[in-house]
Ligand binder design. Sequence first.
Ligand code: FE
Ligand code: FE
Ligand code: ZN
Length: 276
Amino acid sequence: MLYLGAHLSVTHGYLAMAKEASAMGANTFAFFTRNPRGGKAKDLDLKDMDLFNKYIKEHKFGKLVAHAPYTLNAASATEKTREFAFITMKEDIERLELLPGNYYNFHPGSHVKQGSEKAVELIAGVLNETLFEGMTTTVLLETMAGKGTEVGRNFEEIKAIIDKVHLKSKIGVCLDTCHISDGGYDVANNLEGVLEEFDRVIGLDYLKALHINDSKNPMGSKKDRHEKIGEGHLGLDAFKNIINQPYLKTLPMILETPNDFEGYQKEIKLLRSMEI
Ligand code: FE
Ligand code: FE
Ligand code: ZN
């Protein structure tokens, strides 16, 4: 059974979100732990979270992939911005511990003018302040397209961050297919080669989740514009390969394609129909 889902909104509560996932044929999903543009998280409804935990267990959901706010930049040259990243991650993880054993994905950040080496150090620094021994959440670094001064634009940069993190069992990687194609990895024609490279540079054990998106732009464009499955430069065959790849098919796969509820429902159905 594939674990497929989309990015959903927590506006109507956790249980409502899980039910929405089920209704679209999903058995995992992503959500923002707070308003995507930053700011204060909604007060927690523990009863709702409890019902949610029961629901996802009963319906045999895979691991969920929560997403940190886009505004978070652990690589910032400004201490105040890094402090915000730290506090946000710390609070988000505390909250996620009420939904034990899931993933928390974040964009490593942008180094602006500092260079990626310095950025790698700063990001690892924030992670080393945030991660703790007893946590059940695994924090995932998302592979980025390399737009502007984004860090995490290749496997080497992700690996450099992991190398500096002390609690390695609490860290993993979320591979975004649009981002890595835009970053110059040939997902469309050489998936096995890309995974071999991932294994050689980072280690496949660190790969915990996928963002499955087609791309509006050709390989290496560094643009980061998601497209619907099969309608972009990756094409439908690439996704057929992804969902049937023995290692990948065990991971939660999250759609971040430009779609509404019906669109996601269709894409999930389409992907499930391609499973061999
Ligand atoms: Fe993301
Ligand atoms: Fe993504
Ligand atoms: Zn993206």
